[in-house]
Design a protein around this ligand. Structure first.
Ligand code: SPQ
Length: 432
């Protein structure tokens, strides 16, 4: 672990890769496939640790899921096909699994206990346990339901109108999953728009969801029908190579089949505004529930910018690698309104600032983000992902432009969302 340095600094990157399937969409494809009636076939499913934990949890709930090399088939039997689990459900490192699962279980006449890893044990759950309790579910957990282990006894629940204090797709999706089973109508009104994969997927499975600005509503008692899902490439995984292509000298990379849902493309807006040499070719897909395209990115002259407001939910998971991008821009970059970073797999304000500082970046933490000075020369040294996949990949990309060796500790965490990350990186390293 970290005993050998990463062996690829000072190489240019050329060629094309297809990044793995979108993590958010992969999780949801299993969940909706499980509650739908009939078979759902999923291609492009992300075989990362988080999504495999979702599959394992749903198998424990009695759902028959077959996995082959190129597809997943979920034999859904409708809501009633979900059985009371005999064992504790373990979500591992996945915030999406636990929060969405809670919403789904809120309407089931059953009892479940849910645990996760050390990182999950520090992530706040009241944001979902509070609205689900208001709907009528009985939930308990450490520190009054804030932390795992959580126990949930679901049953007959009623629709609510809820105003979450943060824009969170996990909170919204959890309440909507409960709302699909509740009596009456359930509405979530967000302060800013979060990713809308759940809304799109309800429609893809034949359900009805109403949207009006920041308000999203579903009626209870809906029956969903099994379908075919083609999961597009994950823009949050593509982000590491978008940044690598822009900052590594003499590079030109094509990223194929990347999901370009407008609620996720904040990184594209930032790259454009910073002046990246980038082109996007949109593709039409016969199963067009999520937009996709190919992105070409080349070494770029970048300038700093301020990132905040409603752009934040559209790039929240890309902020670690955007900090690295900013370290190579001309002038200062300010990231603000991003307090949510503190409750991700790690406190991503602290981990980004501490680890990039070790490599020689002039970066400071603020209460709601960070300030990065541009034009940094990166040195090298020993850094750690701290068990956070996105920090690990950001540091691996940073190593490409470091003058000295980089030792990356806890790099195995990368398999949470991108198991073949180092293979794809190796493929792009020019053999000049
Ligand atoms: O699933 P998890 O662990 O929460 O994963 C992360 C990530 O970086 O992969 C967050 F740490 O992504 C979240 C994302 O930040 C995935 C997600 C979703 O699929 O709904 C939504 C975002 O979280 P939130 O809390 O803003 O809804």
């Amino acid at each position: 672990m970290g005993s050998k340095p990463l062996e690829y600094n000072q190489h240019s990157l050329t060629g094309e890769i297809t990044v793995p399937g979108d993590k958010s969409i992969s999780h949801r494809s299993v969940m909706f496939g499980a509650i739908a009636e009939g078979d759902t076939t999923v291609t492009g499913f992300l075989l990362g640790d988080d999504c495999l934990n979702t599959v394992a949890c749903f198998r424990q709930l009695g759902v028959d899921i077959q996995q082959t090399e190129d597809k997943l088939v979920i034999h859904g039997k409708g809501w009633s096909g979900l059985k009371e689990p005999k064992e504790v459900l373990d979500v591992g490192n996945s915030g999406t699994t636990i929060r969405l699962l809670m919403g789904l279980l809120a309407g089931r006449e059953s009892h479940s206990t849910i645990i996760g890893d050390e990182s999950i044990g520090k992530r706040p759950m009241t944001r979902v346990t509070k609205p689900l309790t208001e709907m009528g579910a009985q939930i308990d957990g450490r520190q009054n339901g804030e932390y795992t282990p959580l126990s949930i006894r679901g049953g007959q629940i009623k629709g609510i109108t809820y105003h979450p204090s943060v824009a969170s797709a996990q909170v919204k999706s959890s309440i909507l999953l409960a709302g699909l089973q509740a009596e009456g109508r359930t509405t979530v009104i967000e302060p800013e728009k979060s990713r809308d994969h759940t809304e799109r997927m309800i429609r893809q499975f034949g359900g009805i969801v109403e949207e009006d600005g920041l308000s999203v509503s579903v009626k209870g008692g809906q029956t969903l029908k099994g379908t075919t899902i083609h999961v597009p490439g994950d823009i949050s995984s593509a982000a590491f190579f978008l940044v690598a292509g822009a900052i590594v000298p003499n590079s030109s990379i094509i990223l194929k089949n990347v999901g370009l849902n407008p609620t996720r493309t904040g990184i594209i807006d930032v790259l454009k505004e910073m002046g990246a040499d980038m082109t996007i070719e949109m593709k039409s897909d016969e199963n067009n529930f999520e937009p996709v395209g190919d992105i070409t990115i080349k070494t770029s002259n970048l300038k700093g910018m301020t990132i905040g407001g409603d752009l934040i939910p559209r790039l929240i998971d890309e902020i670690p690698v955007i900090a690295l991008l900013a370290s190579q821009a001309e002038g200062q970059t300010i990231i603000r309104d991003a307090q949510e970073l503190k409750v991700k797999e790690t406190n991503r304000i602290d981990t980004v600032v501490n680890e990039l500082s070790k490599l020689g970046v002039a970066i400071k933490a603020t209460e709601d983000g960070m300030v990065i000075q541009g034009n940094n020369r990166l040195t090298g040294g020993t850094v750690s992902s701290h068990g956070d996949h996105r920090i690990g990949m950001m540091l691996a990309v940073a190593a490409l432009i470091c003058e000295n060796e980089v030792f990356l500790q806890e790099k195995e965490s990368i398999s949470v969302s991108y198991p073949q990350f180092f293979n794809d990186l190796q493929q792009l390293i020019a053999t000049d």
